[in-house]
Write a protein that binds this ligand. Structure first.
Ligand code: TPP
Ligand code: MG
Length: 557
């Protein structure tokens, strides 16, 4: 038992939790914490110039380490800036402990400047949100926050620290949360039923989501897919859930496109693993699965199982553990004939994938020498220039399919992408990924529009020499909004005539991103000739410093 002020208790609890970095943007309500940090140099404060940047860095760091990250931002006005990043963390399941200072509790009724109900602001986007009203509660609150963030289904939590909680004294015991044992085994009856259904399936399909990667279950999923000869589609692929070069991997499906149901037509059994199915953005009338399709859902997120679709077998467990058991059961249950038809299916899907890839390559080749360069050319040249072992941070939006096509994205932990949909993850997220992987090159590929939501991350990159190389996909537009406008007019309204003015979707004035990078201390170049990309990427990585390449690409629809 020690007698400590709240701010010392907090710092010591963070050390007990193994925190290395505090991603922050400070204000006066954070003064006591900022004061005490100089006494604890093992807690490295990474200064962001806007709250969204701090939360984005923390998100990238948490995802790339697999451990909760800690961020500290400013009271109501600042917290509001951080909430779009908090939203992404919540939707994506990032283990994140977000905190903010608050006014002294003795003056709350005075409605102090910048204050507000921080718990109310964050509750709907957190697993747990609380204000710590007494310093003696800090060990409990911090321990519970880290425990909640890392317990599957992982997600963000929020703590508010009023000024007097930081300055008052209390007798406390400093003890961090336990490592956590989350490899929960499945109910054997559920595995038996699932295996029985799958071993007799004529046309099984697998749907995966990010909790596969979070559980480290990619290899086990490959094994199950290969046993079944099942095509694999991703409901989300913001982490490497499955090797993209695998012949059975069919890519990510689009839940805003009614035709997506064609992928699942005729499937007798669908196995969903670690996935949220099916969260659309646009309204789609028809169900994606036919009523005759039997759904098996294996997941460590109970809420997601049977959330929308009637489910034959729900299996609550850690995906890695559950898939290993399912794989064994399938080996026993599948007859020789079933194993043979699985092999035939796998060969035929593999051939289909190969010919689709070749057709795609041919289409890209036809415009290879166009100027502005096609996005496929940009990604091809980037892939030639990066060192082996490079990790991608992807907020490339409509350039993302070309990025995913040009790089081999097979190794778990070699790609992280924006998830949740709130723009502004890529610029700071890449810095968090880099801090978590100091020995590996990180290439961030970011849309020109997306880059500007958190562009001040470049200053932080320079300030701490975090050597991310940014490649901006400069198509001078919010191109995806134009794509969606066309879907609205042509498909939803069935209007073949109306020409859209694409209001608010073009960058009509010059936007000098290379100049912005230089203004924040980051070396940069503007590139229009694809022949320059490879050399520029090699040079950027060789400097060991952050750099930005602003690459002009074709933005036509
Ligand atoms: C915080 C936030 N604001 C606005 C949007 C709406 N939005 C979604 S995509 C997009 C444009 C992205 O543009 P860019 O990064 O240039 O990629 P492109 O579409 O050109 O490939 C916008 C504005 C959003 N998702 N999140
Ligand atoms: Mg753009």
């Amino acid at each position: 038992m020690a007698t400590l002020t709240g701010k010392h208790t907090l710092a010591q609890m963070l050390i007990a939790e193994g925190v290395e970095y505090i991603f922050g943007n400070p204000g006066t309500s954070e003064t006591p914490l900022l004061d005490v940090l100089q006494d604890y140099p093992q807690l490295r404060y990474i200064q962001a110039l806007q709250e969204g940047t701090a939360v984005g860095m923390a998100d990238g760091y948490a995802r790339a380490t697999g451990r909760p990250a800690f961020a500290n931002i400013h009271i109501a006005g600042g917290l509001a800036n951080g909430i779009s990043g908090l939203y992404n963390a919540f939707r994506g399941g990032t283990p994140l402990v977000l905190t903010a200072g608050n006014s002294d509790t003795r003056m709350m009724l005075h409605e102090p400047t910048l204050s507000g109900n921080l718990v109310e602001m964050t509750s709907q986007f957190t697993k747990w949100s609380a204000e710590v009203l007494h310093p003696s509660d800090l060990p409990v609150a911090v321990r519970r926050a880290f425990k909640e963030a890392k317990t599957p289904p992982q997600g963000p939590v929020f703590l508010s620290f009023p000024w007097d909680t930081m300055d008052d004294t209390s007798d406390v015991e400093i003890a961090g949360s336990s490592p956590g044992f989350f490899r929960t085994r499945p109910d054997t009856a559920a595995i038996e039923q699932a295996s029985r259904l799958l071993s007799q399936a004529k046309n099984p399909i697998i749907i995966l989501g990010d909790r596969v990667a979070q559980s480290g279950a990619s290899a086990e999923l490959v094994q199950v897919a290969e046993r079944l000869g099942a095509r694999v589609y991703a409901a989300s692929f913001s982490e490497v859930n499955f090797p993209t070069s695998h012949p059975l991997y069919g890519g990510m499906f689009n839940t805003s496109n009614p035709r997506t149901k064609d992928l699942f037509a005729g499937a007798d059994v669908v196995l969903a693993v670690g996935a949220n199915i099916f969260s659309s953005f646009l309204y789609v009338e028809d169900a994606f699965l036919e009523t005759s399709t039997k759904l098996i859902h294996l997941d460590n997120a109970p809420w997601e199982v049977e959330k929308i679709y009637a489910t034959e077998v729900g299996i609550l467990c850690d995906p890695k553990t559950g898939l290993a058991e399912l794989s064994q059961a399938l080996d026993q249950d599948m007859s020789a004939a079933a194993k043979e038809s699985s092999a035939t299916r796998a060969t035929s899907w593999g051939e289909q994938k190969r010919s689709a890839d070749e057709a795609q390559k041919k289409r890209a080749q036809a415009k290879w020498e166009n100027r502005p360069m096609p996005v496929e050319r940009m990604m091809h040249e980037l892939a030639q220039g990066v060192p082996t072992n490079t990790i991608l941070a992807n907020e490339a939006i409509t350039s993302s399919p070309a990025l995913m096509g040009a790089f081999t994205i097979d190794e778990p932990g070699s790609m992280y992408a924006i998830r949740g949909g709130a723009l502004g993850w890529g610029m700071p997220g890449a810095l968090g990924v880099q801090l978590a992987n100091p020995g590996r090159p990180v290439l961030a590929v970011v849309g020109d529009g997306a880059s500007l939501y958190t562009v001040q991350a470049l200053w932080t990159a320079c300030r701490y020499n975090i050597p991310v190389v940014y490649a901006i996909c400069n198509n001078r537009a919010y191109r995806i909004l134009k794509v969606n406008m066309d879907i609205y007019l042509r498909s939803m309204l069935q209007d073949g005539e109306r020409e859209s003015a694409y209001m608010g979707m073009d960058f009509a004035n010059p936007l000098n991103l290379a100049g912005m990078a230089q203004a924040m201390g980051v070396a940069s170049s503007s590139i229009e000739d694809p022949a320059e990309i490879k050399g520029a990427v090699e040079k950027a990585f060789a400097t060991g410093k952050p750099a930005l390449l602003d690459i002009t690409i074709d933005g036509s629809l």
